[in-house]
Design a protein around this ligand. Structure first.
Ligand SMILES: [Zn+2]
Length: 83
């Protein structure tokens, strides 16, 4: 995580969130997710069923360290390789 944060800083990019998938499970954060979460980030969770992405939800921690749904919109983009 520290390497990614440094890479972002070096490229003037802000890390606003972290994503991961839940194989054959809902796109709802687990207790393990909650305990590992940091309040400054959004957490995008992709539900993958039988190898195919089915659902994608975004979450953020509230003041009581409980996840709440967060509206989001995905837009296509291209990542430029760093030089
Ligand atoms: Zn999870």
């Amino acid at each position: 995580m520290m390497l990614i944060q440094k890479s972002g800083r070096d490229r003037n990019l802000d890390i606003i969130g972290i994503y991961h998938s839940h194989p054959d499970c809902e796109a709802v954060p687990s207790e393990c997710d909650r305990l590992a979460a940091w309040s400054q980030y959004s957490y995008l969770i992709v539900s993958v069923r039988q190898g195919v992405a089915q659902d994608c939800l975004c979450w953020t921690l509230d003041e009581e360290d409980q996840f709440q749904r967060e509206p989001f919109q995905l837009e296509p983009f291209t990542v430029q390789p760093s030089t």
